[in-house]
Design a protein around this ligand. Structure first.
Ligand code: ZN
Length: 347
């Protein structure tokens, strides 16, 4: 960060449009109000669309946007959308084993091969595309809901690697049910995976950015463990308020973004607030813009919205209560513009 009082960096998530003319027009428009763009990247995209990704990075860099990749679905450990990991499907031998003894479609973060895979992904993306950095989006020990759910009391993971690591960590055998210690163990070992990810980024250059964002309902212990990863630069939370929440948008953002800022400051990281700008309801087309204004008042360093023109892959587009995506974006765009103008006046 520079010496400016408090220069917030503004970003939006952009799902790549495959048509070059539209892609260029969209990125031009984003560059008018944003410092950077997050491009969601999945395992399937790496196989199916390397040239499309390349073109998006090139066009974005041409208009001086900082390009970050938001990694979704990798190993079915990272979240965001209903993506299925090809790595996990191809390597059932690395799956998590639950306390009921069943394998679930989620690669175990404690397996050396899974950590190596994450390091390989970082190497591959940085070498091929040269983004400014990578975001691990919603890493979690929870089985993604599109793969089913665990039985009551059933928990991941009791594979041989987890049991061995637990023994070394706790000087005792892993209990067959969840305890405060197993929760701590899972927080620490997910942090170890994030450490592999972040140090692989930094090994390619100190200026490259390693980021993570977590969900509001992740435990405080989990958040603090991940935020304290040495090579991590930015810690964020998805403060995705919805109108059906039992608290107001202001309360929700104040609680969750406030907590994230505190954790980030404690760990010496940049604080990032994630704004919900997808799948918005009718008559709520200014919620995302309002969220941006609320977050900007909260000492955050980075403000990022998911996503451009209210889009979320997999969200139902024919929802009767759906809002106007164009209006969502125009309101958000105006909020970004005004907040950035304010920023420049203070400089
Ligand atoms: Zn395991």
């Amino acid at each position: 960060m520079d010496m400016q009082e408090h220069a917030i960096e503004f970003n939006v998530v952009y799902h790549i449009n495959p048509y070059p003319a539209t892609l260029r027009k969209d990125l031009d428009e984003i560059a008018q109000v944003c410092d950077g763009v997050y491009i969601p990247v999945t395992e399937a995209m790496l196989l199916e669309a390397p040239n499309v990704i390349r073109r998006a990075v090139d066009f974005a860099q041409e208009v001086d946007l900082v390009v970050m990749f938001a990694l979704s679905g990798f190993g079915n450990i990272l979240g965001g959308g209903r993506h299925a990991s090809i790595f996990t499907a191809s390597h059932p031998e690395y799956n998590c084993i639950t306390s009921n003894g069943r394998a679930i479609p989620m690669s175990c973060p404690n397996k050396p091969a899974v950590r190596s895979y994450f390091q390989w992904v970082v190497e591959d993306l940085m070498t091929k595309y040269g983004p400014a950095g990578l975001l691990a989006y919603l890493p979690s020990w929870s089985l993604p809901s599109h793969f089913g759910s665990l039985e009551p009391g059933e928990t991941p993971c009791r594979c041989a690697d987890c049991k061995a690591a637990y023994r070394g960590w706790a000087s005792g055998d892993m209990p067959d049910h969840d305890t405060p210690e197993t929760a701590s163990f899972r927080a620490q070992t997910m942090a170890a995976l994030l450490d592999c990810f972040s140090s692989a980024i930094k090994s390619r250059g100190d200026h490259l950015i390693a980021s993570v964002c977590l969900a509001p309902n992740d435990s405080l212990e989990f958040k603090k463990a991940l935020a304290s990863v040495r090579d991590l630069d930015a810690f964020g939370v998805t403060a995705y308020w919805r109108p059906n929440s039992d608290i107001t948008q202001r309360e929700y953002i104040s609680r969750h973004v406030g907590e994230a800022v505190g954790i980030a400051r404690e760990s010496g990281k940049l604080a990032e607030a994630w704004i919900c700008a997808f799948d918005q309801d009718a008559r709520h087309e200014s919620d995302a813009a309002h969220a941006a204004r609320l977050c900007a008042d909260m000492d955050v360093d980075i403000l990022s919205a998911w996503s451009y023109r209210d889009y979320q892959s997999g969200a139902p587009l024919d929802k009767p209560s759906a809002g106007d995506p164009e209006l969502v974006w125009q309101n958000l765009r105006r909020a970004y513009h005004e907040l950035r103008e304010g920023k420049e006046e203070e400089a």
